[in-house]
Design a protein around this ligand. Structure first.
Ligand SMILES: Cc1cc2nc3c(=O)[nH]c(=O)nc-3n(C[C@H](O)[C@H](O)[C@H](O)COP(=O)(O)OP(=O)(O)OC[C@H]3O[C@@H](n4cnc5c(N)ncnc54)[C@H](O)[C@@H]3O)c2cc1C
Length: 492
């Protein structure tokens, strides 16, 4: 189903029963009223379901409506905290929100929609159980569709990227990258080969948006701190390179603050290369368009996103970038009973003077769109008029590592410690649930009092390795494994 669970069998599709029975429901279950199907459990999916849960309380209680949410993970990931999770400032469990707890009135199905036939009002769905049962995908019928599968990393055909690149969109990638960086320091510390040491201590990040810059800023900070615990690694031995194809970084915070961010990163010896592209990273050598080459075991790819592949497997209209064409009311253009928002949706920005302007794919829009979408969907069910989504960008905040940041909010610019503090306060106020807020605040407070965590728990990614070795079938966790050609962080 998803990257961790192996490929799905898409070969056969089970016949839908009279109502497109929800997987896991006994056949005797009573038929329900209108089915609202939400695809995706990220910002849009979770917040839409949450608002609908409140607005349709009566209908849900009487069985006049049901909300079914399908998503590959049982949690929503608060992506702006991934860089801090990678740096170890927030524990992984606190970056995610358990969907079953928040959406107690909804049916949550851990699975993936592989296609949507909106003309027939059916979604083809696979779950962990369909894999185990070998029964193939199930068709699920619906009355209203909310389609919010977000986006995936936008890659380019760069030689070596598929084999050696590391993404930074999911919690697994963020924690994998943290473990990988510390592991590289362990390799560098224990090798006698200067070339291997050099490659292990060279970290290349491609893409100067907030994901790339924040990830680099936080990890560089963490690695510099960690270096003090190695007898033979000094912070100056670590080489960090940021490669950006345009002439600026962090376009979200404006030109002046983007320029400040470049100066701040360079003052930390980070090699920021503008108007430069990664041409290849074959054989663990990053070759850049300016002619330079860096042997490295770490290439982090954060050069933008593209809409989720599910959209191409629907009969819904898409624009030239593959996003769903939407109206300002968050309905899918030219259709009835289909709604979309977030990274997957091309929603007109009606606050802009440019009639072709679209809302940017970011959390700021996703959260607000989810609210309007839920209100409109509920209004349409109640026969009330719909409203248009309008939100003028409030600006952006970005962290550049501990106590450093940039912000451009409501026309005002901030840098350094005040911007970093704003970043933390803003995201703390935004992260869903009081429970999460309290836990994150406690973690930040404790990390101010105690020392940072500096361990790599990379072995968690291979929990059976030791037992397999004991049973005589495995190679053990410290034995190098050959590259498999996949995309995740490598430790050999
Ligand atoms: C590292 C990082 C930092 C960021 N920082 C910021 C920031 O500071 N400020 C900001 O405004 N934005 C930020 N963003 C962007 C922001 O997180 C996204 O714009 C936002 O998550 C979009 O919401 P969404 O609901 O459209 O997609 P997502 O939140 O990505 O949710 C999509 C969901 O759909 C699920 N899904 C995918 N395919 C299927 C399928 N076939 N069937 C069922 N479910 C499916 C996914 O698993 C996921 O749960 C950041 C992003 C990253 C990666």
């Amino acid at each position: 189903m998803d990257k961790r669970r192996g490929p799905l069998r898409h070969g056969m599709v089970k016949e839908a029963d009279s109502r497109g029975q929800i997987p896991g429901t006994p056949p005797s279950a009573r038929p329900c009223g209108k089915r609202l199907l939400v695809l995706g459990g990220g910002y849009v999916g979770m917040y839409t379901a949450l608002h609908l849960q409140h607005r349709l309380k009566g209908e849900l209680a009487h069985g006049a409506a049901e909300i079914v949410l399908i998503t590959p993970d049982p949690y929503m990931t608060y992506q702006p905290f991934l860089p801090e999770a990678a740096a170890g400032s927030i524990s992984p469990a606190h970056v995610v929100v358990p969907l079953r707890r928040v959406l107690s009135k909804c049916r949550i199905i851990i699975g993936e929609a592989t296609a949507v036939d909106h003309a027939k009002r059916t979604a083809t769905v696979t779950t962990l159980a369909t894999e185990e049962e070998g029964t193939g995908a199930t068709e699920l019928t619906y009355d209203e569709l909310v389609i919010a599968p977000g986006s995936i990393s936008r890659t380019l055909p760069v030689p070596g990227l598929a084999a050696y690149g590391i993404g930074f969109k999911t919690l697994e990638e963020a924690i994998g990258l943290r473990n990988h960086v510390i592991e590289q320091m362990d390799i560098a510390s224990s090798t006698r080969d200067p070339a291997l040491r050099d490659a292990a201590l060279t970290f290349v990040f491609v893409g100067g948006g907030y994901a790339g810059v924040e990830a680099l800023g936080e990890l560089e900070d963490m690695a510099r701190y960690t270096a003090r615990y190695y007898h033979n690694i000094k912070p100056a031995d670590l080489k960090w390179i940021l490669v950006e194809a345009s002439d600026r970084i962090l376009p979200e915070v404006g030109e002046e603050m983007g320029g400040y961010a470049i100066r701040e990163l360079r003052s930390r010896n980070i090699d920021v290369r503008l108007e430069t592209r990664l041409d290849s990273c074959e054989n663990r050598i990053a070759r850049l368009s300016d002619g330079s080459r860096f042997p490295t075991r770490t290439v982090v790819w954060t050069a933008g996103v593209k809409p989720a592949p599910l959209l191409a497997a629907t009969d819904l209209p898409r624009n030239s970038h593959g996003r769903l064409r939407c109206t300002p009311r968050l309905t899918v253009e030219g259709t009835e009973h289909a709604w979309a928002a977030g990274d997957a949706a091309a929603v007109p920005d009606i606050t802009s003077d440019d009639p072709d302007a679209l809302c940017a794919p970011n959390a700021q829009h996703a959260v607000r769109q989810a609210k309007v979408l839920a209100e409109n969907l509920a209004a349409s069910l109640h026969g009330k008029p719909l409203k248009e989504y309008a939100h003028r960008n409030a600006g952006s905040v970005a962290s550049l590592g501990l106590h450093r940041g940039v912000a451009h909010v409501y026309g005002r610019k901030f840098k350094g410690y005040p911007a970093w503090l704003m970043h933390r306060i803003y995201h703390l106020s935004r992260v869903p649930t009081l429970n999460r807020k309290a836990r994150i605040l406690a973690e930040w407070t404790l990390s101010g009092l105690f020392k940072r965590e500096i361990v790599s728990l990379g072995s968690l990614e291979h929990p059976r390795a030791e037992f397999e070795q004991a049973a005589g079938g495995g190679t053990g966790r410290n034995t190098p494994k050959p590259p498999s050609g996949g995309g995740g962080p490598r430790s050999t």
